[in-house]
Design a protein around this ligand. Structure first.
Ligand SMILES: [Fe+2]
Length: 343
């Protein structure tokens, strides 16, 4: 592990889930893998204590046993969320597939598709570590009996993909139920009882079929919430933001403070921007900008399609702003109505 990599393995004692914090000690950029909604405050406090700047929250798969913290963290911090592309989660910012790379500072995470526990599961490789989600656990594997799981696919993911990694690669799983924290590819090749030093696929499938596991406790709550990016009520703010159409927005432009939360390049691209809009990029820049604003200000967020502006609205509401609205459909809708733009 390089010396500038900050790494923390965090644990959820109720669901035995591991959450991982990785950050570049120099640039301070941080990412989180597999968060749990109940632990969001703990994770964000740690990130603040370490002086880090969280940029992306990743999920290895759509969890059935806990609600992801990604949606809540996105609402609170304006970060991006990332899920496997095959999970078809429309509300995520990034949809990851084999070979994709995610950067944080000088470090890179590589995406490896490892289906089987679910049909969309992915693993993340960073330096000499692999984050296997529920594909490969320590002396075990994820179950394959729901969420379009497949024992045959899981066997291939483990034996052909994960076991092809360098033998000393350290495994960080999505869960552990026995108190283990890490393993290595070499140790699991030798000692994982479900693979047992070279079991055939047929033997593996029989073992998985014979497991007869209990139905996951939280699945009825967790799956729908996770398909909506972990969307559950934050239960804090008593105000709500308004989604305003392009026509309504045009009529009230003089009364609002317009904040365009796209990046500077997009602000000047072919969709242009609304005259008088202030460009403040969603993320840390917007957060610190809002910190210094009067909470009574009538603020109106704009982005390309209305998704980032909705996130910005959520952040503003959580910060105590009373009058918050955003442009539904974003600059795409504004342009479709042929309203004036500046470039
Ligand atoms: Fe899982």
């Amino acid at each position: 592990m390089k010396k500038d990599l900050i790494f923390q393995q965090l644990f959820d004692a109720e669901t035995f889930t591991y959450t991982y914090l990785l950050a570049d000690a120099v640039s301070k950029e941080a990412i989180l893998i597999d968060t749990v909604i109940e632990n969001v405050d703990r994770d964000l406090k740690l990130i603040d204590e370490l002086g880090l700047n969280l940029t992306i929250v990743l999920d290895t798969h759509i969890h059935a046993d806990h609600v992801t913290g990604s949606g809540k963290i996105r609402s609170l911090r304006g970060v991006k969320t990332a899920v496997p592309i095959k999970s078809n989660i429309a509300c995520a910012d990034l949809n990851l597939s084999e070979g994709d790379e995610i950067k944080f500072g000088a470090f890179t995470i590589q995406v490896l598709e490892t289906p089987g526990h679910t049909d969309a599961s992915i693993s993340f490789i960073c330096e000499d570590m692999v984050f296997t989600g529920d594909a490969l656990l320590i002396r075990g594997t994820g179950r394959t009996d729901f969420q379009s799981g497949s024992s045959s696919d899981l066997y291939d993911s483990i034996t052909k993909k994960l076991f092809s990694l360098p033998k000393q690669t350290v495994i960080y799983p999505g869960h552990d139920y026995k108190g283990f924290t890490t393993s290595t590819i070499e140790l699991e090749m030798k000692h994982n009882p479900r693979l047992d030093g070279g079991r055939s696929k047929a033997e593996f499938i029989k073992i998985m079929n014979d497991l007869k596991l209990a139905y996951p406790k939280k699945i009825d709550e967790a799956l729908p919430a996770n398909q909506a990016c972990g969307s559950v009520s934050l239960g804090k703010a008593d105000t709500e933001y308004k989604t305003v159409s392009a026509q309504e927005a045009k009529a009230q432009l003089r009364e609002v403070f317009i904040i365009d939360v796209r990046g500077p390049d997009e602000f000047h691209d072919e969709l242009g921007h609304i005259a008088g809009a202030h460009q403040v990029t969603l993320g840390p820049e917007l957060n610190s900008f809002l910190e210094g604003c009067d909470r009574q200000k009538n603020i109106f967020f704009v982005c390309r399609s209305g998704q980032r502006s909705a996130t910005a609205s959520n952040i503003a509401i959580q910060m105590g702003f009373q009058k918050v609205s955003h442009l539904g459909g974003g600059m795409i809708s504004w342009n479709q109505n042929k309203f004036a733009i500046e470039k």
